[in-house]
Ligand binder design. Structure first.
Ligand code: SF4
Length: 476
């Protein structure tokens, strides 16, 4: 294992951005489970995407080899991250762009706000971006008197509805057509009162609303799916074409990118561009793949700024087990197969990163103590690992993080007592005899008495066998 450190690893600061929820996962999940409409919306959407994705993945005979290649590239990238980021910085600079290093959300928000002000703009149009959601950029811009306009359809629905995203790829997955129509009628200036909830009509209303923004806004803010270190090329993949408009029409383009999104070469990009669309939207190829390298005179934005965001990523990188979470390409396949996510939706996770990847990424970015319930938001069924196109072993990271989460004193004492008992054969045999006596208490299923009742509140208590292994062995 190669050790890689980018300076002193620090976690994402509290009080800014959207990595911490207001309440623990079990509390938020219980409330979400009571919302039948939400469960229907999320269940319908995830099962549709799952089926579409499985069909197109089935067409690729070398899918396992592609996954293994992606894993190898990401492992190599993480081992050489400082070197690759410096290579990227030099290449972007040679192509006429400017690179800014942001240690955390506060610094990234300040850099972007200053750049927008320096461009003399009071409005920016945005391409869908998880990194800017993570740092709370929209709130920071609004506080500085700058209006951010989301141009991705689902992000627009979330913004207009004063809502929060609940899925990495489909931020408004918790809304159905009727709810979206109601949001548009309530908030969209000049919308036709006869608007129906047909998807084509809703998309046309959004298109009319955004057209004026595309043509009149001089600064755009984007994220990036990938950055190629050897040439300084940035890539954004999307389905609607709004990203292409934002990346080509404005005078100034500002891209905020997590440092883990760098790939060494164009050949590496080839692997990910095959995996991502099939695993995410269930498409053979992304409808729009936009790539740009610095600035081209007379063509597209004439000023380009790349903000490289750490915000806890160095701390993740410093953990030899947990760093695998940085391999994520945000396809959301793990969300779509997760039985927990399917029932609770994304808001219960509190962070902008929901589902299995959120359960391992958010606690590491913030420090486990600030998101201590998330590593438990899983049944460890392993469906996420099977679905992940870059083979992130999410279940193993979950178990690893559970070991770091602060445990209640009673639980720690019970575990210590269990360890002591197992370490002393005579005591262990006595405990087994004691467990057998519990058969006299009648049929099981009622659970353990307090303070151990929390353990059996959601688990069956197995019936102790009539004979222990030692007795069985002695009999023979
Ligand atoms: S962990 Fe894997 S499956 Fe989940 S979003 Fe990231 S790349 Fe996709």
């Amino acid at each position: 294992m190669t050790e890689t450190f980018l300076g002193m690893p620090a976690t994402a600061p509290p009080g800014v951005g959207h990595l911490r929820g207001d309440e623990p996962f079990p509390v938020a999940a219980r409330r979400a489970l009571g919302d039948a409409q939400l469960r229907r919306n999320v269940g319908h959407a995830t099962s549709t995407i799952r089926a579409r994705s499985a069909a197109v993945i089935g067409e690729v005979p070398d899918w396992p080899q592609l996954r293994a290649a992606a894993r190898a590239i990401k492992t190599d990238t993480m081992a050489r991250l400082p070197e690759l980021l410096e290579q990227l910085e030099a290449a972007v600079g040679r192509a006429g762009g400017t690179v800014h290093w942001a240690a955390d959300a506060v610094e990234a928000n300040r850099i972007v706000t200053d750049l927008v002000r320096a461009a003399g703009a009071d409005r920016v149009m945005k391409v869908k971006s998880m990194a800017t959601q993570e740092i709370g950029l929209n709130e920071a811009l609004e506080a500085a008197g700058i209006e951010p306009v989301e141009t991705d359809l689902a992000e627009l629905i979330v913004q207009l509805g004063d809502d929060r995203p609940s899925h990495i790829l489909v931020p408004a997955i918790h809304r159905n057509r009727a709810e979206i129509r109601e949001i548009f009628l309530r908030t969209m200036p000049g919308v036709d009162p006869a608007l129906t909830d047909e998807p084509a009509a809703l998309a046309a209303a959004a298109r009319r609303h955004l057209r004026e923004t595309f043509l009149s806004t001089r600064v755009a803010v984007s994220g990036a799916n990938f950055a190629v270190a050897e040439t300084g090329t940035l890539a954004v993949v999307e389905s609607e074409g709004n990203g292409r408009m934002c990346l080509t029409l404005p005078e100034t383009l500002i891209t905020v990118m997590g440092i883990e999104k760098v790939v060494p070469t164009w050949r590496d990009l080839e692997v990910f561009l095959q995996l991502l669309p099939r695993a995410s939207t269930g498409e053979r190829m992304n409808p729009y793949t936009s790539m740009w390298t610095g600035v081209t005179p007379g063509d597209g934005p004439q000023a380009f700024h790349l903000v490289l965001l750490d915000n806890g990523r160095s701390a993740v990188l410093a953990d030899p087990v947990g760093r695998e979470a940085l391999h994520c390409i945000r396809c959301s396949a793990c969300l779509n197969v997760c039985p927990v996510y399917e029932r609770t939706g994304g808001h219960a996770y509190g962070s902008v990163y929901p589902g299995p990847i959120g359960a391992v990424l958010s606690p590491q970015l913030t420090g486990v103590a600030d998101n201590a319930s998330l590593p438990y938001a899983s049944s460890l069924c392993g469906a996420c690992y099977d679905a992940c196109p870059v083979m992130i072993d999410i279940p193993s990271i979950l178990v690893h993080l559970r070991g770091q989460a602060p445990h209640p004193r009673g639980e720690a004492a019970a575990m210590a007592a269990a360890a002591y008992t197992m370490d002393h054969p005579a005591l262990y045999a006595a405990a087994q005899r004691g467990a057998k006596l519990s058969r006299l208490a009648g049929p099981r299923g009622r659970g353990l008495p307090p303070p151990l009742s929390g353990w059996t509140a959601s688990r069956d208590l197995p019936e102790p066998p009539p004979q222990t292994f030692r007795q069985w062995w002695a009999d023979r």
